[in-house]
Design a protein around this ligand. Sequence first.
Ligand code: SF4
Ligand code: SF4
Length: 135
Amino acid sequence: MLKNIFLNIKFYIQKLFTSKYKIEGKCNQCGECCKNIVFMIDDEYIKTEKQFEDLKKFDKKYKHFDINGKNEKGVLLFKCKSLDENNRCKDYKFRSLYCRAYPFVTDKIRLGGCETFDTCGYKIVKDKDFKSFLK
Ligand code: SF4
Ligand code: SF4
């Protein structure tokens, strides 16, 4: 019990002093974030059409996406049906919170190396570099 409290305090102190991330730049409407979406089922990225069919049965909102390819790890990439041919969102005013938040830095993005798409106008930058921790 006491050990758990100590570990929790240690966790929050470390989190407080760890490097923070901030987002710089602005959207240039390249559309990449709407064409390269990944989905998860049971904590695993969707890799097969069968998994995608299961996901659509589970929740109809996934019918709003088409398979758009695969990444180098075999994870399926999806394109949103609201994206028009000029990379504009047809549902901009009513887009989801996920769309509004992109590229908000979540733990998963952090673990993935904190990178946006090459063409994206946003960049995720650290407020402290590694060397500053060694001083
Ligand atoms: S709703 Fe709009 S912003 Fe969101 S993924 Fe689809 S096209 Fe992109
Ligand atoms: S990838 Fe970046 S620049 Fe391109 S549409 Fe998405 S937010 Fe905008």
